[in-house]
Design a protein around this ligand. Structure first.
Ligand code: SAH
Ligand code: SF4
Length: 395
């Protein structure tokens, strides 16, 4: 147990007032929404576009949270902003740092709900895995998020906020006046692979990603963002046309019989329907392949026959296959496939001409992996409660 203990777990309680202020949070507003809000607060219409540009740069380029420091705005205008607006991120409740540098943030959003955000540093880059919902309405049988009862969509601000709080923690905002050293980015990539089904919260995800991609702010390229869906067929095309990011699909099985079990949304949109939508995906090309995620479940979906069937199904689709060794959670009805089975599967896919990387588990000591998000925290709480009970501290 102790060998796997996280290196640090510090509790950062940032007392941020939410809701009660009655002010409009700037984080998460699109440029158009911000413009309208500024006009409604008394900004002259002629000036509104320019003000949006100025505020945008402070908030999303420099990461500033205080209107008082927006030095290119007149003092009384800064006061007007402070009266009507706030610049508020969700609250980081705990941060855990794994032995391999992976950071997991437990983030509290309005209403007291919690989601998790995970930062995975890699050589010369870093990927931030963000959540789009609290829980998930879908009930994939291998995914712990799917067992959570409560579901609420995150707002655009809560989605952008996850990116911003990671940049805060990593110290990634440029400093005004300091030379802009073009070093590699810490958060260079974003994957929508945390809690929730992003295509069931499309508008907020779209607005948030458009804010993150905006060239005068965080300015992350569209190809550095990957949205993962379980297969919400009617919304798939909009991912290309309204966001333009890369697409990953939680495929996980090669027959409808098995996929119905693993990814129950398959009963609504089966493999053939899903593949048809993917073949028609706007912008699909060899340089913008679709990632097929495939969780390796021992003797469930990991046979050689499965691998050959998968190759057949992929025919004609610019694709790569991401093999994910199952992350086991207590009470899970599956086991992780053996290394041998995973490699045999990967070889078949690879020999058919598709990239088939096996995802290296990261942050295992802090349970930062797919499908485990949030659940670990719930367990930690439970064990703390148990400890308290044992020590007679309860009540
Ligand atoms: N709801 C979206 C995105 C979040 S899940 C989706 O399903 O695509 C991100 C990825 O993690 C998905 O491919 C999902 O199937 C996978 N996943 C979920 N639980 C997992 C587990 N216990 N082990 C390995 N991968 C898991
Ligand atoms: Fe939801 Fe994705 Fe988990 Fe399925 S795998 S329950 S769609 S989060």
């Amino acid at each position: 147990m102790t060998a796997n203990a996280p290196i640090t777990q510090d509790v950062l309680t940032i007392p941020r007032k939410l809701a009660e202020t009655g002010k409009t949070n700037i984080i998460g507003l699109t440029r158009d929404q911000l413009r309208e809000a500024l006009i409604a607060a008394g900004t002259a219409e002629k000036q509104a576009k320019m003000r949006v540009g100025q505020i945008w740069q402070w908030v999303y380029y420099f990461g500033l949270r205080d209107f008082g420091q927006m030095t290119n705005l007149a003092k009384d205008y800064r006061a007007l902003l402070a009266e009507n607006f706030e610049i508020t991120l969700p609250e980081v409740v705990t941060r855990q740092i794994s032995e391999d540098g992976t950071r997991k943030y437990l983030v509290r959003i309005q209403g007291g709900h919690e989601v998790e955000t995970v930062y995975i540093p890699e050589e010369g880059r870093g990927t931030l895995c963000i959540s789009s919902q609290v829980g998930c309405t879908l009930t994939c049988s291998f995914c712990h998020t799917g067992t959570q009862k409560l579901v609420r969509n995150l707002t655009a601000g809560e989605i952008v906020g996850q990116v911003m709080l990671a940049r805060d923690d990593l110290g990634e905002w440029p400093v005004k006046g300091a030379p802009n050293e073009a070093t590699s980015r810490l958060v260079s990539n974003i994957v929508l692979m945390g809690m929730g089904e992003p295509l069931y919260n499309f508008d907020n995800v779209r607005d948030a990603m458009n804010i993150v991609m905006d060239g005068e702010g965080i300015a992350l390229g569209r190809r550095r963002i990957t949205l993962s869906t379980s297969g919400v067929v009617p919304e798939i095309a909009r991912t290309a046309t309204e966001i333009g990011c890369l697409l990953a699909v939680s495929f996980h099985a090669t027959t409808d019989e098995v996929r119905d079990q693993l990814v129950p949304i398959n009963k609504r949109w089966n493999i053939a329907t899903l593949l048809e939508a993917l073949r028609a995906y706007p912008g699909l090309s060899n340089s913008e392949r679709i990632t097929f995620e495939y969780v390796m479940l021992d003797h469930v979906n990991d046979s050689k026959e499965d691998a050959y069937r998968l190759v057949e199904l992929l025919r004609g689709i610019p694709a790569k296959v991401n093999l994910i060794p199952f992350n086991e959670w207590p009470g899970a009805p599956y086991k992780r496939s053996s290394g041998n089975r995973i490699h045999a599967f990967a070889d078949i896919i690879h020999n058919a001409g598709y990239a088939s990387p096996i995802r290296t588990p990261r942050g295992e000591d802090i349970m930062a992996a797919c499908g485990q998000l949030k659940s670990a925290t719930e367990r930690a709480r439970k064990s703390r409660a148990q400890i308290a009970a044992e020590a007679g501290l309860e009540g």
